[in-house]
Ligand binder design. Structure first.
Ligand code: AMP
Length: 215
């Protein structure tokens, strides 16, 4: 049976980096709601402005809009097989919505918690830089680009420091995770669909733990 692989972890846990690696190496489609919302923000519409404001505050977009986005994206032809959800679900309501979507799509949910101690998260978030062209994620401490401030693949593009990775917003995002998202771990644990993976250490070591967990 095809799977929906759900990556759960606080901001800065490395979900995006690992999902991108799984995509590159295993060819598994990566769907990141954060990336979709970031792309939506740039339009000049009332909805785009609303998305922009909510993201800048570190809070969550509504469950309704988020579900719509996920339903649309996962109904495209390239999402017929196994896919990874990176950053979704983030609330119990979203988890319930995903249960019905999985049933409709005849897929099995596997949840992977990427477990990282709180002390490590801040450094990862403040050091994170992303390429505006391809979305590649760098870190000035642990995964620097070859040339400072430039994407290895797109040297013309200057790497961005996400606005919501600044310290004041990070506190809100971590609190939101504890309050709304962490309860999902129990939801998947109780139904025996949760794998916990140590998210510390070397990128490759984390990758092989995740790969093993989803096999
Ligand atoms: P991320 O890149 O996953 O950290 O997401 C960045 C921001 O996008 C979050 O702080 C939220 O404002 C919004 N977002 C992403 N995924 C979701 C979701 N599943 N539910 C609600 N808001 C989301």
């Amino acid at each position: 049976m095809d799977k929906i692989i759900v990556l759960i972890g606080p901001p800065g846990a490395g979900k995006g980096t690992q999902a991108r690696l799984l995509n590159e190496r295993e060819g598994i489609l990566q769907i990141s709601t954060g990336d979709i919302f970031r792309a939506m923000r740039s339009a000049d519409t009332p909805l785009a402005r609303e998305v922009q404001a909510v993201m800048a505050s570190g809070n969550l977009i509504s469950d309704e809009l988020t579900f719509k986005v996920v339903r649309d994206r996962t109904s495209r032809p390239d999402a017929q097989g196994t896919y990874i959800l990176d950053g979704y679900p983030r609330t119990l309501v979203q988890a319930e919505q995903l249960e019905s979507l999985a049933e409709e799509q005849d897929k099995e949910i596997v949840a992977v918690e990427v477990d990282v101690p709180r002390e490590d998260l801040l450094k990862r978030l403040t050091g994170r830089r992303t390429c505006p062209v391809c979305g590649e994620i760098y870190n000035i401490y642990s995964k620097p680009p070859k040339v400072e401030g430039r994407c290895d693949e797109h040297p013309d593009a200057e790497l961005e420091h996400r606005k919501d990775d600044r310290e004041d917003t990070v506190a809100t995002r971590l609190a939101t995770y504890d309050e709304l998202t962490a309860p999902l771990l129990d939801h998947y644990r109780k139904t025996d669909r949760l794998k916990v993976v140590d998210g510390t250490g070397d990128l490759e070591a984390i990758y092989s733990r995740i790969e093993k967990a989803i096999k």
